[in-house]
Design a protein around this ligand. Sequence first.
Ligand code: FE
Ligand code: FE
Length: 198
Amino acid sequence: MFIIYNFTELKKIVKEKVKEKRFIHILGVVQMAEKLAKIYGADTEKVKIAALLHDICKEMNIDEMRKIFLENYKDEFPREDIDNSQILHGPVAAYWIRKNLNINDEEILNAVKYHTVGNKDMGLIEKIVYIADAIELGRDYPSVQEIREKTFQNLNEGIILEIEKKGKFLESMGKKSHINTIQMKKELLKELEKKDEV
Ligand code: FE
Ligand code: FE
């Protein structure tokens, strides 16, 4: 892996691009992701960088996000995502950090790209950043502690629980889970079944 900026330098870049509250969330994700990387044997350096960069484009204006999205990702995500900055900021950030920070590591880029809605084939680093975003210590929602504990015991089961809880929450607001998230859950359940067979 060849990275031009080290972690401390990247941290400064991120700090300048987001509001303080968001920066605190980001540092929480870095801390949680590092902890999970140690538990599950992932490359901690890559995990920390992906976590640090995951929300770097969250405050970009929506027109700029849409432009980047249309030029680079429109065939990969459902059409309706174009109006949802909550989803766009993942893929847009993957593009942005490749272009502006010269980071070409696919595991880092994919972890950033899919942190919002997941993806059907998630590698270890992608999984860790996805769930660390949901359970960092600054997060406070009814089931967060339950999901944290499950994640510390079993990464896949923790993610499945998070998807289920989020799905119920979305349902209560008359919304549905994103197609990527539904596919991700299916794959995770398959992975768990395979483990049981061994
Ligand atoms: Fe995000
Ligand atoms: Fe986040």
